[in-house]
Design a binder for this molecule. Structure first.
Ligand code: NAP
Length: 302
């Protein structure tokens, strides 16, 4: 089933809505209480009158196998997966989409006919979030192209891995990975070279960052979630052209120190809410085979 390799997934036949009393889908992670997903996923189910409930399934590592296997129950549409289980779920699934397999992380599980399928919607979610901000073009197959752009990726952890594969598959001209621990950036760079012909640079010192035109800076570190800290010193940011776009995957706080500094010097910016929305919309379509009501989901996040 996972034949579409991270693109907008097929809508196919509408989901049969007759299963009483409720279909179930939920978020598997530890912790999960902070998540915004129930808010906008439930709004989508309710709007389309799909009798499903989106639940929070707090799951410590010791209960992960049991939780994933429980998804084969007939009332389950599937699940989202978050920290710290995105990598650990892969061997528990019957089939994993090629993009998710390359990234090594699954954030969406679909249950169909006793089979569990794994996808990564974070990666295309980032691309749709960028495209919505006017960065990149949508091609005839509904894929985002970032041809001509230089991507500067801050971080080499789980979220950065998804972003890195998304950016190279969208055809960026070059990719620069900046991470505190250089060896992690180098390892990610060498993995990317198996699917990408363009140049990939690894750095640990932001001082060595050279500005490029049409640059997209993506923060995939957790720096900025608390306090006035930023993964890029403002004097480095100030080297970039005004057409540079700065995307911070963090959405809480909505305005990180990085985004404040970038907009203060005139760069275009956006926070991670749009990525959250698009990864969730793609997951919704995978579970239900229906187009996600994006406007409803967006309004529920506001
Ligand atoms: P992770 O695997 O723990 O990776 C954390 C990254 O941050 C690593 O690159 C790490 O560098 C870097 N880092 C952490 N503390 C640092 C510090 N003090 N100085 C410099 N670098 C530091 O986390 P993750 O799962 O990738 O998540 C990263 C962020 O993305 C989180 O804020 C998460 O909320 C966000 N996210 C958002 C969405 C969305 O939908 N918007 C989706 C997924 C993730 P080292 O490798 O050197 O340790």
């Amino acid at each position: 089933m996972p034949e579409e390799d991270g693109a907008r997934m097929s809508t196919g036949e509408p989901l049969v809505q007759s299963t009483p009393p409720f279909l179930r889908v939920g978020l598997i992670g530890d912790p999960v209480a902070h998540s915004y997903s129930p808010r906008f996923q439930q709004a989508a189910f309710d709007t389309l009158r799909i009798p499903a409930r989106y639940e929070l399934w707090h799951t410590p590592a010791a209960r992960l196998i049991e939780r994933v296997r429980s998804l084969c129950g007939e009332e389950f549409l599937g699940a989202n997966v978050t920290i710290p289980h995105k990598e650990a779920v892969l061997p528990l699934l019957d089939e994993v989409d090629p993009l998710a397999a390359r990234i090594g992380a699954v954030n969406t599980i679909v249950h169909r006919d006793d089979y569990l399928y794994g996808y990564n919607t974070d990666a295309p979610g980032l691309l749709y979030a960028l495209q919505e901000q006017g960065v990149g073009e949508l091609d005839d197959d509904d894929r985002v192209s970032l041809a001509g752009h230089t991507a500067i990726l801050l971080g080499a952890g789980g979220a950065a891995r998804g972003a890195a594969f998304a950016l190279v598959e969208a055809g960026v001209k070059r990719l620069i990975i900046l991470n505190r621990h250089l060896e992690r950036a180098q390892m990610l760079a060498s993995e990317l070279q198996s699917v990408y012909d363009g140049p990939v640079f690894s750095l640990s010192d932001p001082g060595f960052l050279i500005p490029h035109p049409a640059a997209i800076i993506v923060n995939a570190t957790s720096l900025g979630m608390h306090g006035d800290v930023s993964p890029l010193p403002v004097e480095v940011l100030a080297r970039f052209d005004p057409d540079t776009f700065v995307y911070d995957m963090i959405y809480n706080p909505t305005q990180t120190y990085l985004l404040c500094q970038a907009s203060a010097i005139g760069l275009r910016t956006a926070n991670g809410l749009s990525m959250l929305l698009h990864q969730g919309a793609l997951a919704f379509t995978l579970w239900t085979r229906r187009p996600a009501p994006l406007d409803v989901m967006r309004a529920a996040l506001a």
